[in-house]
Design a protein around this ligand. Structure first.
Ligand code: TAP
Length: 442
């Protein structure tokens, strides 16, 4: 659909040099003026929302209605963080002999590395707070989905962002990404992607003691208790796995169902999954598109080698496309490979349990801890279980996982740090402490 230049390490070095040169002037821009530019970027994206959503849908194969929602969230993210420059508040601390106060200073040049599943949305969760805090940015989108990031760069310049403040480098992770991680003039790396690459980034960043935030994989659980509204849960839960064709770090791909309601749950879920509209991403009624690539489809298919464990599947269109049907495996034990590894595709494992204690034990029996849901009508149980599950983001009687104004990120091997909400600004600033002596003569 498009050709883009393929950057190498030389282009990364040039981008870092441009960002470094632009940093002193950008950090010195008055907070209100920085906020105005951020708002203008939001307006610029909003004015081209339909075009960018179409680019995203065609490039990533995601349904256009989802793409519209995602680009809407990008607008919201820039508007939310436009308030950031004027909210980088310090503290005053009582000390003897003087006054002590803190500043939140920008870090310098930050390197942002993002994946292909929510290309511009995830980029904006990083770019917006980074700019708001007064940093300059080198952004590397995934090789498979560079187009919306290039649009953002153009819009930002038109909105008045000075040259060199936001630099998009389009190239492979193994060369460009790695160079960013090792570059001595980059002060922080914010990464979203696989746990495996996240681990290598943490190691690579150690050489220059870079700050690192990581948003990595997940194997989250939706826990459905027998006292829940079973029909409502069974109709909603599939969308928390099959949304974005399962290529979602928040996918609740382990569906834990209390045994006494398992049959009813599967019956309703089957109706929902079979009715799911899988097809052309540009059709506004489509709910699930194809997978991102042939090789990714192969990787997903390896989790369903035969029909033995398949309880039911949805349909896929005839013809070309990396289609994979929404697939439900049941009953699954939490020890099976499909229940342990992140599939990142439309495959759900339904795991029966008996009682609250077992539900919590199974939900926590994973190396990940990103997302999750609890379905119950018992308010006390909902909060007890929410406190007991080791995960960064939970919803009760809902599939919700991401909001611009609330923190998002993982426990355990799902990552380090938080994006979105007020917490993200902390991750793009350093704390500076200043002591001012008030003793006479000083
Ligand atoms: P990755 O292969 O990890 O790629 C993510 C980004 O890192 C891409 O831009 C990639 O570049 C780059 N990269 C690859 N190797 C690198 C290296 N050695 N050094 C620096 N950068 C490197 O993940 P993916 O396949 O795109 O996305 C799927 C994974 O991301 C899943 O495991 C999913 O759970 C995770 N994910 C997590 C979240 C959150 S919020 N936790 C959100 C979305 C996705 P190229 O692709 O251009 O080579």
């Amino acid at each position: 659909m498009a050709e883009v230049p393929r950057a190498g390490t030389g282009e990364v070095d040039a981008a870092v040099a441009a960002a470094r040169d632009a940093f002193p002037a950008w950090r010195a821009v008055a907070p209100g003026d920085r906020a105005a530019i951020m708002r203008a970027i939001a307006d610029g994206i909003e004015a081209k929302l339909d075009t960018i959503a179409r680019i995203e849908a065609r490039n990533a194969g995601k349904p256009i209605s989802d793409a519209n929602g995602e680009i809407g969230m990008v607008v919201e993210t820039f508007r939310y963080y436009a308030a950031g420059p004027e909210r980088l508040l310090g503290k005053t601390i009582p000390v003897a002999g003087g006054v002590d106060f803190t500043f939140r200073e920008p870090m310098g040049v930050v390197g942002l590395i993002v994946p292909w599943n929510f290309p511009l949305a995830i980029a904006s969760w990083k770019v917006a707070p980074a700019l708001a805090a007064g940093n300059t940015v080198v952004l590397k989108p995934a090789e498979l989905t560079p187009l919306s990031a290039l649009e953002l760069e153009k819009i930002a310049l038109e909105a008045g962002l000075p040259e060199g403040v936001l630099n998009v480098v389009v190239g492979p992770g193994s060369t460009c990404g790695q160079r960013m991680v090792e570059h001595p003039d980059i002060n922080k790396i914010a990464f979203t992607g696989s746990t495996e690459v996240g681990r290598s980034i943490a190691e690579g960043a150690a050489g220059t003691i870079k700050r690192v935030t990581l948003e990595l994989g997940g194997k989250s659980a939706a826990v459905v208790f027998a006292d829940a509204d079973i029909d409502k849960a069974a109709a909603a839960v599939p969308y928390a796995v099959f949304g974005n064709a399962g290529q979602d770090c928040c996918a609740r791909s382990r569906i834990l169902v209390e045994r006494s309601q398992l049959d009813r749950f599967l019956e309703v879920m089957e109706g929902t999954v079979k009715a799911m509209r899988v097809g052309d991403p540009l059709d506004s009624s489509t709910e699930m598109g194809p997978l991102i690539s042939a090789s990714h489809r192969e990787a997903v298919a390896s989790f369903v080698p035969d029909e033995r464990n398949v309880a039911f599947r949805g349909g896929v269109p005839e013809g070309p496309g990396y289609w994979f049907p929404p697939t439900v495996l049941a009953p699954v034990s939490n020890t099976e490979r499909a229940a342990r590894e992140e599939i990142f595709g439309p495959v759900a494992c339904v795991i029966p349990f008996d009682g609250e204690e077992e539900a919590v034990r199974i939900a926590n029996d994973t190396e990940y801890g990103l997302s999750g849901s609890i379905w119950t009508r018992d308010g006390g149980r909902a909060l007890r279980v929410a406190r007991a599950i080791d995960t960064g983001v939970l919803s009760i009687n809902s599939n919700s996982s991401v909001r611009v104004s609330t923190p998002f990120g993982g426990f355990k091997q799902s990552g380090i740090g938080r994006e979105l909400g007020p917490d993200a600004l902390d991750h793009y600033t350093e704390v500076k402490n200043v002591y001012y002596s008030t003793e006479e003569g000083s």
